[in-house]
Design a protein around this ligand. Structure first.
Ligand SMILES: *[C@@H]1O[C@H](CO)[C@@H](O)[C@H](O)[C@H]1NC(C)=O
Ligand SMILES: *[C@@H]1O[C@H](CO)[C@@H](O)[C@H](O)[C@H]1NC(C)=O
Ligand SMILES: *[C@@H]1O[C@H](CO)[C@@H](O)[C@H](O)[C@H]1NC(C)=O
Length: 778
């Protein structure tokens, strides 16, 4: 335990240290964004960047010294160390669109516990579709790097040569030799350290075990990469055979390109925006087809063109690259979804139909079942955590004063401030307990991964039964916890993880986010054998497969599916591929009920799951798709306040450029041709337009519309029949919304479904009814 204590001290000292640095040093890393890249010459572009930067320095040499990266492939811009005066002067220049401080983003694993300095992770694998496509597709993973020796990254038999369109490479680094570690599966591996080291100082091996190379220390990148594109590996399991089966990524034949943008700092993954933008710039140049990035930052969200991830994704999408982000792990409160740009995909996390029931036997007779990932039987006497707390205050400092040594401790999430399981676990470790029984709301009981101390999750009902047994027992009860079993198919699934970040978007509530949900709880995937499964320094277990949970894990599932779609339909745009996964997503679980929202135990709405749960086979043949055209982006950028000139310099294709309408009566993006429809504020009658394109197998086809109306809203669609006679033919339709009751502000939900008898093209409707006080007329 001494090591645990010293970890906390180390983090505190670091905090003090960095705040002192902040007051004595006034320079920060800034990103200067200049829009699309029109110079097809790297040397010219970077000398242009130096020229601009020199305007705020006394000499060209100083400017060159302060520059971290010149971004000159996918878009134009640079990052540099500047003081606030210099940043402000650059922002005034005509060609500069935005200047912003390079922030640090975090990986979207299970909630991060900065105050403890601990990271706990877990996960599982869902059987993906029986499709073997994808060998012509390159998936870029922006994460913590890769453990190249994992079986997931072996070349599958008869691997075809690397696609000739590939421009990327593997770079040399610490413990990373491209001639040994890269192959026809792992075809690209780069790392980005300048932003991180400029912000946090050089990597210090005593503080941050890391490799100065594409090699992964934290395990997160290895896990997400194997989920997206891992080769098939037979008969794998977590510890002691839990979750045994074949491991494979969503697109097992797709190629992998690793961009290490996130670095271990105090056992958490930190990614700086200067580094992230450099990775986007390279990935666009290298020729990846799909990018998966499982990081972000909690609200307040920064404007789209002051965010590296959104800028990078925008230029990637313009060049036909699909970008998939995780929605974040800030749920279940509404309005906390992250990565909300309309040119990318934001993924929520949900369960699979696998569970790990774990029996608790008390005094050899009283038996109940919880959820855990326990490998060995544990027997000990029972103690209720609350008995260790002064005056009912559940503080682990107090807990430590008493002895819980070698006991099985029962703790309630509702008893005192120990609300979260990680906190209770840390306290149990400090108290030298042998195991923890944690009682929480029913949706928080899922075993999410390998715990730092054996932990059985139970609901309040079972927790209360144990507590009352203890209270009535004349002797101290003896508890036996049996090893967990793996059970598939018996639990209703999916349900949305309580931690999954919910909509509406706090940046642009007129675009529904998240877009979709995918498996993100208890995901089993590859793991570096040198990294402890719990990431804790005193955990000396070595494993090749680990359970992890988070929207970090659901994001690469969607990336794998999108790689398959891109392979099957090479000409589809990122918007068309996103439309295909969204309009074919399902909203009912294995019991044919609406998918449950973990956290509330009520039916989900689009703020939990977006369009629904991904359905890869259906997405292969969606019938119709909603494409995004340049005019949609122009509308969007006008609405968020950019001028014609700025928009023009941000767009790669300006042929169909239309100027912003000065008399825009509604500053809303409801007409953005998105596969979901959001009316951010319905006061009076409102009509919006959508355009669909026929991508079905039949060029001659007729679609009819079905409407599920939101409560209190009349919805009329015209025309109600769409007749197609050509492949890729487009038709528009109009949807008119009219409030039929008074509401001073609430969200109501519905659906629009176009069907030709075979395809069902479903769009969720989200209407914010706010006609407060007066009946609307036309
Ligand atoms: C910012 O840096 C410039 C160039 O080094 C210098 O002239 C200026 O005084 C600095 N401003 C502040 C506020 O430190
Ligand atoms: C999978 O591996 C386990 C443990 O090594 C072994 O007992 C089992 O027979 C294997 N199953 C198959 C189908 O190969
Ligand atoms: C916990 O166990 C360690 C080693 O077994 C021992 O040194 C320490 O005193 C114990 N701590 C408490 C609070 O019992």
């Amino acid at each position: 335990m001494a090591r645990f204590l010293s970890r906390i001290c180390v983090s505190l000292t670091l905090l003090l240290h960095s705040s002192i640095q902040a007051t004595t040093s006034i320079s920060h890393v800034y990103v200067v964004y200049l829009g699309a890249n029109r110079l097809n010459d790297v040397v010219l572009a970077s000398s242009h960047h130096i020229h601009l930067l020199s305007k705020v320095f006394t000499s060209k040499e100083d400017a060159e010294q302060s520059m971290l990266y010149s971004y000159n492939y996918g878009f134009s811009g640079f990052s540099a160390k500047l003081n606030s005066t210099q940043a402000a002067s650059l922002a005034k220049l005509n060609q500069v669109i935005t200047v912003f401080k390079s922030k640090s983003l975090k990986l979207h694993t299970t909630r991060s516990w900065d105050f403890l300095g601990l990271t706990v992770d877990s996960a599982g694998h869902t059987p993906p579709p029986q499709l073997a496509y994808g060998s012509n597709i390159v998936v870029g993973i922006f994460d913590t790097g890769i453990w190249p020796e994992s079986e997931s990254f072996r070349e599958p038999p008869q691997t075809k040569p690397i696609p000739s369109s590939w421009n990327g490479k593997c770079v040399v680094g610490e413990d990373f030799d491209p001639s040994i570690h890269c192959n026809r599966k792992l075809i690209g591996a780069r790392y980005y350290l300048r932003g991180f080291e400029e912000t946090y100082g050089p990597i210090d091996r005593t503080r941050d075990p890391e490799y100065r190379s594409p090699r992964d220390f934290l395990g997160h990148g290895t896990h997400t990469a194997s989920t997206a594109v891992g080769s098939v590996v037979r008969n794998v399991s977590g510890f002691s055979g839990l979750g045994r089966g074949n491991a494979r990524g969503g697109a097992p034949l797709a190629r992998l390109a690793v961009y290490k943008t996130c670095w271990g700092k105090d056992f958490e993954g930190v990614c700086t925006e200067a580094d992230i933008l450099a990775a986007f710039d390279d990935a666009i140049h290298d020729g990846v087809h799909v990018i998966s990035a499982s990081f972000g930052s909690s609200p307040p969200l920064t404007p789209f063109f002051e965010s590296s991830a959104d800028i990078g994704a925008f230029h990637a999408a313009e060049r036909g690259i699909s970008v998939i982000f995780s929605a974040g792990n800030d749920g279940p409160d509404p309005g906390v979804v992250q990565n909300v740009a309309p040119w990318a995909v934001s993924v929520a996390a949900s369960t699979v139909d696998r569970s790990f029931p774990t029996r608790i036997v008390i005094d050899g007779s009283f038996t109940l079942t919880g959820q855990s990932l326990i490998f060995q039987e544990i027997t000990a006497t029972l103690a209720l955590a609350a008995t260790y707390f002064n005056g009912g205050v559940c503080k682990w400092e107090n807990w430590l004063k008493k002895l819980a040594t070698e006991k099985i401790v029962l703790c309630f999430s509702t008893l005192g401030p120990v609300q979260f399981i990680e906190e209770a676990q840390a306290a149990a470790i400090r108290a030298n307990a042998s195991a923890l029984i944690f009682a929480a709301s029913p949706t928080k009981q899922l075993a999410e991964g390998v715990d730092m101390i054996p932990t059985v999750r139970v609901d309040f009902l079972h927790g209360t039964m144990i507590r009352n047994y203890l209270a009535d027992s004349p002797t101290v009860p003896m508890v036996k916890i049996e090893p967990s079993r793996t059970v598939i198919g018996e639990s209703t699934a999916p349900s949305v993880a309580y931690f999954s970040s919910r909509g509406p978007s706090s940046l642009s509530p007129d675009i529904l986010k998240p877009d979709i949900t995918a498996p993100g709880i208890g995901i089993l995937a590859a793991w570096p054998p040198k990294t402890p499964p719990t990431l804790l320094p005193w955990d000396h277990r070595s494993i090749e497969w680990n359970f992890q949970s988070g929207t970090s894990m659901s994001c690469p599932h969607v990336a794998g599916v999108m790689a398959l779609l891109k392979s099957a339909h090479p000409v589809w745009s990122p918007a068309a591929i996103r439309s295909a996964i969204m309009t074919t997503a399902y909203t009912r679980d294995t019991s044919y009920d609406l998918i449950l929202s973990g956290g509330s135990m009520k039916s989900t709405d689009p703020f939990d799951i977006g369009a629904g749960h991904i359905n890869p086979l259906k997405a292969m043949d969606p019938g119709l798709v909603y494409n995004t055209r340049t005019e949609d982006y122009v509308l969007f950028m006008c609405n968020i306040g950019y001028t014609d000139q700025q928009i023009k310099s941000m767009l790669l294709h300006t042929e169909s450029f239309t100027t912003c309408l000065p008399s825009h009566s509604y500053r809303t993006n409801a007409d953005f041709n998105y596969p979901s429809i959001t009316i951010p504020s319905l006061r009076f009658t409102r009509t919006i337009k959508r355009t669909v394109s026929n991508v079905g197998p039949n060029k001659n086809t007729v679609y009819f519309v079905d409407i599920i109306r939101p409560v209190g809203v009349e919805v009329a669609i015209w025309p109600r029949i769409l007749v197609f006679s050509k492949y890729q033919q487009e038709h528009s339709y109009y949807v008119t919304f009219r409030p039929t009751k008074i509401s001073s502000g609430r969200y109501v939900f519905g659906e629009i479904i176009w069907t030709d008898g075979f395809h069902r093209v479903r769009s969720p409707l989200v209407v914010f009814l706010s006609n407060g006080g007066c009946f609307a007329s036309n």
